[in-house]
Design a protein around this ligand. Structure first.
Ligand code: PEP
Ligand code: MN
Length: 340
């Protein structure tokens, strides 16, 4: 439920209500807005919920009490105003549309460093690259694992760029969080509840990709698992879903971007590289993503896409990236934002 307090409420009153809620077994979150203090309280199987809500609504400091009707609570837009995820000094979910770019996989220390430097020169503050690669075939390149993480860490230390990289195993969350700035949960792991819980416990910013066969509600419930552990530093990422269409690798669901921006307070990024699987579609879908309200765009970029160890067919060159960047800048301005 959401408890909206009257203006000018005292600390003691906030504390007293929080205590009452906790005693009943609720998870309590107090957000102090400019004008109002709002308490979010989540409890499952709480007895006599309605009677309790009525009692709370009669308290002199309470303006109103509302149930959260959605199955996802903590990540719902009813629960909170917009969340801005702070990744060091980079803010995701604010006025700026944030670019995350880099190769599909970490391919070597020197290459990672050179890409990080080139991206920094282009004003990109977040490098993407997988050290742990979830591949459809066990015979495909699986990534450099731990060594890849160290390469990413070295590049970020040398350049100051932030790093987003995937974690596949619950036991690796701590290690990945230590060597990066945003922990990515991939499409194939969106339903890996133990991984979601560990990512929640880590407190690290999490980029949660939508499962390729997950509904919007399932995606938001996956985010709820992370939030329930006390971590609201979540960036949702639409990366395409599987449909009957075979021309493209996936169907980028921009409906979901606009919808989730209304259903949730969390920032939403879009990955047009995996969303289309085709290099020639990456630019138009990136523009569309920004126009649809994306807070971030994640792009696979490689100095020589033809020699990339994975996903070369959907990876743009640095040159294409630089011209796309200009186009995205113009689209961002047209929707009242700027590119970060
Ligand atoms: C990736 O971004 O490296 C990746 C594997 O993406 P997805 O989980 O969306 O397939
Ligand atoms: Mn890829």
């Amino acid at each position: 439920m959401i408890i909206v307090l009257k203006p000018g409420v005292s600390r003691k009153e906030i504390k007293d209500i929080s205590k009452r809620l906790k005693e009943k077994g609720y998870l309590v979150d107090v957000s102090e807005g400019k004008e109002r203090v709002v308490i979010g309280a989540i409890g499952s199987n709480v007895e006599e919920k309605e009677a309790f809500m009525a009692q709370l609504s009669f308290l002199p400091c309470v303006e109103k009490v509302m149930p959260i009707l959605k199955p996802y609570k903590l990540v719902s837009s009813e629960y909170r105003e917009k969340t801005v995820v702070n990744v060091g000094d980079v803010k995701i979910g604010g006025r700026k549309v944030v670019l995350m770019a880099g190769p599909c996989a970490v391919e070597g220390g020197e290459q990672t460093l050179q890409i990080a430097k080139a991206l920094m020169r282009a004003g990109v503050k977040i490098l993407r690259a997988g050290a742990f690669k979830p591949r459809t075939s066990p015979y495909s390149f699986q990534g450099f694992g731990r060594k890849g993480l160290q390469m990413l860490d070295a590049a970020r230390k040398a350049t100051g760029i932030k790093v987003v990289t995937e974690v596949m195993e619950p036991r690796d969350v701590g290690m990945v969080a230590e060597h990066s700035d945003i922990v990515q949960i991939g499409t194939r792991n969106m339903h890996n509840f133990e991984l979601l819980k560990e990512a929640g416990k880590s407190g690290a910013p999490v980029l949660l990709k939508r499962g390729f066969a997950a509904t919007i509600e399932e995606w938001l419930l996956a985010a709820e698992y992370i939030a329930k552990e006390g971590n609201q530093n979540i960036i949702l990422c639409e990366r395409g879903i599987r449909t009957f269409e075979t021309h493209t690798r996936n169907t980028l669901d921009l409906n979901a971007v606009a919808a989730v921006k209304q259903l949730s307070h969390l920032p939403v990024a879009v990955d047009p590289s995996h969303g289309t699987g085709r290099v020639e579609l990456v630019a138009p879908l990136s523009r569309a993503a920004v126009a649809a309200g994306a807070d971030g765009v994640m792009l696979e970029v490689h100095p020589d896409p033809a020699s990339a160890l994975s996903d070369g067919q959907q990876t743009i060159s640095m040159k294409s990236f630089l011209s796309l960047r200009k186009e995205l800048d113009a689209v961002a301005k047209a929707v009242g934002r700027t590119l970060g």
